[in-house]
Design a protein around this ligand. Sequence first.
Ligand code: EPU
Length: 336
Amino acid sequence: MKELKDYSLLHHNTFGMNVYTAYFVEYDSVDELCAFLKQKSYVLPLLHIGGGSNLLFSGDFKGTILHSAIKGAEIVSETDETVDVRVGAGEIWDDFVAYTVQHNWYGAVNLSLIPGEVGASAVQNIGAYGVEAKDLIIAVDTVCVATGEPRRFSNEECGYAYRKSIFKQELKGKYVVTHVTYRLHKQPVWHLDYGNVRAELEKEACPLTLENLRRIIIRIRKEKLPDPAKIGNAGSFFMNPVIPQKQFDALRATYPDIPSYPAGEGWVKVPAGWMIDRCGWKGKALGRAGVHDRQALVLVNLGGATGQEVMQLASAVVTSVKDKFGIDIYPEVNYI
Ligand code: EPU
């Protein structure tokens, strides 16, 4: 176990903010985590982070930041059709996706190159190109913060919805994810109908294999999304709002080219990136915080931005979208 004082979080947040935490604790096993939580002598507030790819710090953190270094992936169950793999929360998410592709297991490939760690995949219900983590997760192992006792959640108990889970809502801060069990398929299961995925595959005229699909997904992401190692950002800054069909029909009368995704009977999901783009924000900046020039849903640190500057830009963007489209958009990024 690593316990550090006055520790810089520069390498623990992809926005690239050089903020400090009073205490930083990194544990290697469930036993260490349980013991740490049971002794209760840590400095509050307690915040558990993953890869820091969805966090925006407004300043230094006065409490204790916990980070998992629980690693490893093991097959816990297998049939002719499926394989269940239990993965440590501290594994890098994309390493796990690469591992599934190497083993020729289907289900995770559309989630290639999403930054962050395995634990966060279960909290955030990460998603891309028509697949969400919830489609693969069968169980989430956690430890209760209050008691230090382990508890397993089934997929149903996790209350998954678009970018949501019980761990982000009702039970926020109450359980720490230690392992996630995913079910992968041995027979082909493809999701090719989102955006330009199929078109890109056809353009290359390459055979449909997991390796090729992974390569194409990675290329699409790299074309649109800035690399946090080069320019600080946290991926999509906002969630795509879900609005009633009637409201959408009225909008489409004014903006015939408005894109949309079905979101259940009577509801439509509208890309916030498209609306922000239409408000003229793409490539614009407020101070040292900017709107990415290739994907308006992404806010970037142009160099030395503070959390406050990014938050000011975010609220200006929210106001513009509300004024032009009458729609409220909400951050996907967690403000700390
Ligand atoms: N669009 C614009 N201008 C922009 C950005 C987007 O017109 O500046 C349009 C696009 O042309 C497209 C539509 O908006 O018609 C949707 O864009 P895109 O396919 O890039 O996806 P998104 O809705 O902006 C979501 C996820 C991403 C995920 C992609 C692909 C959310 C909040 N974001 O973005 O997730 O990679 O779909 O599945 O749901 C993330 O969560 O950090 C993330 C990157």
